[in-house]
Design a binder for this molecule. Structure first.
Ligand code: FAD
Ligand code: A2P
Length: 410
């Protein structure tokens, strides 16, 4: 009788470069740094990934959820994956045969249960409407026509944030508040590859920027500096901010199946944002404003940070909303002769009211905007909760599991 052949089989985790919108969510989520990227692609290191699946639910497009079964010795290396334009097809590996012949086949990595390493929820609120995702892809995008493009921030300031309205005409493009779309900017990067899509949160409610019309609005900041403050011209944000009425853009999406609002009328929204992170908050607030239900007890509390009042998008309309509809708290970091104030500071000032919301199982928390704010906001929530005798770690886990803590920073 032949001895069992020891063949090492790998279920290799791969990212589809045709669908991936390079949003970095997977790399941030991975608890063991198994994901990396270059200018071209996001890829998974075969020798590090343990198939924990932590990255799969947060991926807005599903590009992350690709697997190929092959001999471990033939695993695709990082350098090779970085050059891909399309995923390789599954080769013929006699998995069934191996499973019976090979005692070592238990080495196949099967996707395991989700780990607790993700900081926010990977599930939507229980009462969220069901979203449509990935109706249009890189291979088959759709188009929308620009019907409005207005600068929201004061012309005298450095922050150029635009409100851009895109109309889909008769093309179905159903969206929910909290979802995003991908824009395919024209042209190619230095290596000749077409620019990849950039993601933008939808700033309008599900029934349209203009109710009853098939349109969405975006809140786009013109990127003129990179994260280190060096001058640069962001490809897609400059393209969008320069668009004129009547221009046609290539769109993919919609994306996002978890950062969605609850639909039971007694749910509370605790919204914390900076800059363009206000887009989904505007969408949710406007949806609630349009459907104010008599007798509903749901509250809206907003913490919104910007450099100055002139650089806060939607400042006018926001401050005109009735106080009994939304509890708005603004934090400005660069008002001349005033101390620097961040959203976290404003939250601490309102600690008793924030804690009241934290104690209520109907509260859903949304954080969107600068990456850097995430730690500070979670720290503020922890201090506020503990200051009121709440066990933050237990509450945090519960919020995550119940789809009540949503983080989207970029
Ligand atoms: P690129 O050409 O991609 O980058 C140029 C340089 O600027 C690079 O060095 C890059 O590292 C740096 N850079 C990229 N983004 C920024 C930034 N924001 N600030 C400073 N430097 C930057 N943007 C919005 O304006 N509104 C939104 O509602 C919005 N929603 C988003 C939602 C999600 C889930 C994600 C992941 C991103 C979102 N973004 C949003 C960011 C957006 O997708 C682009 O990353 C951004 O517009 C920059 O793209 P770009 O092509 O102009 O710059
Ligand atoms: P700052 O004045 O320190 O840059 P931006 O205009 O760059 O989009 O930023 C929006 C607001 O977010 C600004 O007021 C900015 O302040 C503030 N901000 C910067 N870092 C953080 C952080 N770590 N936590 C909260 N807010 C922040």
């Amino acid at each position: 009788m032949n001895a069992p052949v020891s063949i090492d089989i790998l279920k290799q985790h791969l990212i589809d470069p045709e669908i991936c919108i390079r949003c970095n969510t997977c790399e941030e989520t991975c608890p063991i740094d198994a994901i990396t990227h270059d200018e071209n692609n996001y890829v998974v290191k075969a020798d590090t990934c343990n198939g924990c699946m932590a990255c799969v639910p947060p991926c807005p497009t599903g590009a992350i959820d690709n697997w190929r079964t092959l001999l471990r010795a033939d695993a695709y290396g990082v350098d090779e994956q970085l050059t891909w334009d399309v995923l390789p097809t599954q080769g013929a590996v006699p998995v069934a045969t191996l499973a019976t012949e090979n005692a070592g086949a238990s080495d196949i990595i099967e996707p395991g249960p989700q780990t607790d390493t993700v900081r926010g929820s990977t599930v939507p609120p229980w009462s969220a409407a069901k979203p449509h995702v990935n109706l249009y892809t890189h291979k088959a995008p759709t188009t929308a026509t620009v019907v409005g493009n207005y600068r929201l921030t004061d012309a005298a300031t450095d922050s150029a944030i635009h409100h851009i309205v895109l109309d889909f005409g008769a093309t179905p493009f159903p969206v929910l508040e909290g979802q995003s779309i991908g824009i395919l900017p024209p042209g190619a990067s230095a290596d000749g590859r077409a620019h990849h899509a950039r993601q933008y949160s939808i700033a309008s409610p599900r029934d349209g920027e203009r109710p009853g019309y098939n349109n969405v609005s975006l809140t786009v900041k013109r990127v003129v500096q990179d994260h280190d403050g060096n001058a640069t011209a962001g490809v897609c944000s400059n393209y969008l901010c320069d668009l004129k009425k009547g221009d046609v853009v290539n769109v993919i999406g919609p994306f996002g199946g978890t950062f969605l609002m609850p639909n039971h009328p007694n749910s509370h929204l605790l919204m914390i944002c900076t800059g363009t992170g206000s887009a989904p908050m505007r969408a949710m607030t406007e949806y609630r404003r349009r459907r104010r239900l008599k007798g509903a007890t749901g509250k809206l509390m907003l913490f919104f940070g910007a450099r100055t009042k002139e650089e806060l998008p939607y400042f006018g309309p926001l401050t005109n909303l009735p106080k009994d509809f939304i509890d708005t708290n603004l934090a400005f970091s660069r008002t001349p002769k005033q101390p620097k104030r961040y959203v976290q500071d404003a939250m601490r000032e309102r600690a008793p009211d924030v804690a009241q919301l934290l104690k209520d199982d109907n509260t859903h928390i949304y954080v969107c905007g600068l990456k850097g704010m995430e730690d500070g906001v979670l720290q503020a929530l922890k201090e506020i909760a503990e200051g009121q005798g709440l066990d933050w770690d237990a509450l945090w886990q519960r919020l995550r599991k119940e789809g009540r803590l949503h983080l989207e920073t970029y």
